[in-house]
Design a protein around this ligand. Structure first.
Ligand SMILES: [Zn+2]
Length: 293
């Protein structure tokens, strides 16, 4: 793999023969107290201080992956759209890198949280990526269009945004492109060198996508791994994981796999941009090693 000097909108690198870009959709500030609600505030603050993080907010880049395999132009997730004051930049960042949204033919949807699918449609309600077909895990689609979804969202995520916002974005953004979405039910090689991995827990049908070419491999982990301090402290269970036991199993399995295979990792919310690096085993936990720019 080789990298090039970067700006704040995109970062170019290669995985084997695949031309890859880390692309910025912007960033978002989370209140760390909204993540770990099952412990007193002072303990959360102490954990953050232990990891050299600020205690008033978790600053999350919103970083997404574009891959040109030569045969296909692929995007994983579509960014947050107008979710926050500093989000919704994915299309302009892609254009800055010389990618035309209409040239993207394949989009993988890791899960249907607003920060990952809020940018499906433009302001007029038309698909931002007008010629793409989409892949999404069937359980994920079924969950968001089920009657149980809003209760689960209220239980796990309503401290972040009102439940109706989650529901409206998932159904409102994905509903109109329903006919272009292929629902996946098993782990498989979707395109040459490109595999989908079932990693449920953060949401019921969360998936991870891997890209391999000429002996190099990159995993786009979505929110199966949310923030670096949560792999250093894998015992912590963020309330935002809808099925916490499954999220715990998925996270540990995935971290072990990534560390063992020494693959490149692109994690949507890992600081700093381009959110690219390696995960290494450290004792019974893991550690994030960002790429040296
Ligand atoms: Zn996310």
């Amino acid at each position: 793999m080789s990298g090039h000097p970067h700006n704040s909108a995109f970062y170019r690198f290669k995985i084997g023969r695949f031309d890859c870009l880390s692309v910025s959709d912007g960033s978002y500030d989370y209140d760390p107290m909204h993540l770990l609600t099952d412990m007193p505030g002072e303990r959360v603050e102490q954990i953050l201080r232990d990891h050299n993080l600020r205690t008033d907010k978790l600053i999350s880049p919103y970083t997404f992956l574009f891959v040109d395999t030569g045969d296909h132009k692929i995007l994983v997730d579509m960014g947050a759209g107008k979710l926050g004051p500093n989000t919704g930049k994915l299309v302009s960042s892609l254009k800055a890198a010389g990618i035309r949204p209409e040239d993207i033919d394949t989009i993988f949807i890791t899960h249907a949280h607003p920060d990952h699918i809020g940018g499906t449609l433009d302001d007029e309600g038309n698909p931002n990526y007008s010629n793409a077909r989409y892949f999404m895990w069937k359980n994920e689609w079924d969950f968001w269009f089920s009657d149980e979804a809003s209760g689960k969202i209220t239980e796990h995520l309503s401290q972040l945004l009102p439940t109706e916002v989650f529901m409206k974005i998932a159904r409102g953004q994905l509903g109109p492109v329903k006919d272009r979405i292929e629902l996946i039910t098993e782990e498989s090689e979707i395109l040459q060198g490109i595999h989908v991995h079932f990693t449920p827990g953060h949401t019921p049908g969360h998936m991870v996508v891997s890209f391999s070419s000429e002996g190099e491999e990159l995993f786009n982990v979505g929110d199966a791994i949310l923030f670096p301090f949560l792999i250093e402290r894998p015992d912590l269970r963020p309330i935002v994981d809808i099925v916490p036991d499954m999220a715990d199993v998925s996270k540990r399995r995935l971290c072990d796999l990534l560390a063992e295979k020494k693959t490149w990792v692109l994690a949507q919310h890992f600081h700093p941009f381009p959110s690219l690096g390696h995960i290494v085993k450290k004792g019974k936990a893991w550690q994030w090693q960002p790429v040296q720019l």
